[in-house]
Design a protein around this ligand. Sequence first.
Ligand code: SF4
Ligand code: SF4
Length: 337
Amino acid sequence: MVKTLEQNKHIEFYPIRDILIGVPSEDVATHDAVNPHLSLGYEPPKIEGFPLFGQIQIQTIEFCNLKCDFCPNHYMIWDRLEGKKKGIPYNIMSIENYTKIVKNLADLNFTGRVSPYLMNEPLMDKDRMVEIIGITRKYLPKNPIKINTNGTGLTTELLGDMIDAGLTSIQIDDYFDDRYATKLLKQLEPFQGVNGKCFITLSSNYNVTQMKKGMSKDSHFGPFTFWNRGGLTNVNPDMPVPQKDCHFPSSQMYIKWNGDALLCCCDWEYKVIHGNVINERIEDVWINDSYTHYRETLKKGQRDKLRMCRKCNKGAFPSEEKRLEHLREWLKENETD
Ligand code: SF4
Ligand code: SF4
């Protein structure tokens, strides 16, 4: 049986469903060390007076091998698989362009987190991932480097190589049952406890996937995953769009494989493109009119005036505490073995 957070109270990263496998050291075992840009004291460099983002996600390959119902990939995947069958390779960012972006970040004295994935499974790019992490570490020697993976491509050897190349944090989202989780835990054994280098968390999403069984097409995933990704998924359709700010366009940058700067990590259909960081400098794109328009309109709480945001329920819960409260109640009522 997989250990639950209740049995592993060392730290609660994302309470309820995560277990912490390893940490670099006891003194840095805090959420802030993984996400410094979310901590109160974080001060990013400024571009013409406006703070630079604290996190950047860069899509190195445009594919994920799963099709979770609550994720737009569940319908996007079919065209991509069709293309692959016809011999069309998945779209990738070249190493040259990736390096260009990372060098640009170094020029800006960027101190935030780099995540070499966006709306894709990073280990679909496993043949290049160690190199990609190494390039990031070379030009950004102190920045946190984090990936979230569904774990299907993970091996002990690959994780060791990624950590040696500079990976500082990995969250493994497990969508399968205990048998699968046990296999994953076995692979993670060498990195358990204080491992000197990397935060490793294993997040069980099994309840989320099981919940869908026997449900109608009008899915309601409960509070596990309430976010409808800009209205692209039919998740919790009874939850109204909150007419309030969203920090994503002000605090994070999201780069597609071809260098396009996208609205956020739910823009799977690439509906809102602010600019292109291969053709232009990152800092020029970050403060351009398109970004500014989204930030200012969101700040006024006018999601209804913005493409994507007008259908997005992100932030519908008044606070993280409220969501967790709701989640605990929901779990009590819907306990599974
Ligand atoms: S939630 Fe993650 S693992 Fe699931 S389909 Fe989306 S990108 Fe893939
Ligand atoms: S409100 Fe807009 S920017 Fe924020 S997550 Fe939704 S679609 Fe993205």
